[in-house]
Design a protein. Structure first.
Length: 265
């Protein structure tokens, strides 16, 4: 085991896999966790360094408790928790089954709530610990075709802000990263039911996001817990900050081709 330890959810593929590789390259002990236990074992084999793997569903608190207890028993510490696990469904809001939308909220919001709550005792016991949550540029303004997903990431953004202030008395930093579209399998689902990725293009790789997670985990930035990933996200954020609400609404509507969503059009 190394003297620094990171616990990463959703580490079986995509951004989570890249995050695990990034921390392993820096010599950390990496905990790789996913609902697909076989996938994280395969990623651990790729890494080849000190790793711990496990499978659980982030929506289940008991799964969190068991995984964190096992991880910290082996490492003796929890320096960084990365809440990366997330899912997405796309399409017209009225045409997506409620069960699918509830699952998005459960994984993306309750999964992060569970992780933060269950990990707190271990974070408090490790000096200089941090939490990094995966949010999204969709948290900047609600996205037609990605309504539940955007809402979930806005919730993660707000939770990050609250806990960053609330937990500073413990010496725990809380940050999030907000990428736009990333070249993973999730973009395929975006393209099935929303036009925003087609309008803006996909210019980020999982490694780009992993680098920002690394920066958020290792460099304290007390003035702002949010890290915008990529020039497009920074440009969109600047525009929305400076522009009136009506203009932001107009731009988002056109980029997402909102009026064309749904079978009744």
């Amino acid at each position: 085991m190394s003297d620094r330890a990171v616990f990463v959810t959703g580490a079986g593929a995509g951004i989570g896999r890249a995050i695990a590789h990034r921390f392993a390259a820096e010599g950390w002990t990496v905990g790789l966790y996913d609902i697909d236990a076989a996938a994280v074992r395969a990623v651990a084999d790729e890494i080849g360094g000190p790793t711990i793997t496990g499978g659980f569903d982030v929506t289940e608190p008991e799964g969190w408790r068991t995984a964190l207890a096992g991880f910290t028993a082996a490492t003796g510490r929890l320096d960084v928790l990365v809440n990366n696990a997330g899912i997405l469904v796309s399409g017209a809001f009225a045409e997506i089954p409620l069960e699918a939308q509830h699952r998005v909220i459960d994984v993306n919001v309750n999964g992060v709530l569970n992780g933060c709550h269950c990990a707190l005792p271990y974070l408090r016991a490790t000096a200089g610990s941090r939490v990094v949550n995966l949010a999204s540029a969709s948290a900047l303004y609600g996205q037609p075709g990605l309504a539940a997903y955007a809402a979930s990431k806005a919730a993660v953004r707000s939770l990050t802000e609250a806990l960053d202030l609330e937990w500073r008395r413990y010496g725990i930093g809380v940050a999030d990263v907000l990428p736009l579209f990333v070249a993973t399998h999730m973009v395929e689902e975006v393209n099935r039911g929303a036009d925003s990725a087609k309008s803006l293009g996909v210019h980020l790789t999982p490694a780009d996001v992993a680098d920002q997670v690394w920066q958020a985990a290792t460099r304290t930035r007390a003035y702002d817990p949010h890290r915008l990933v990529g020039w497009q996200t920074k440009l969109l954020n600047a525009g929305m900050t400076l522009s009136p609400g009506w203009l932001n609404r107009l731009v988002v509507g056109r980029l997402s081709n909102a009026d064309a969503l749904g079978s009744d059009r």
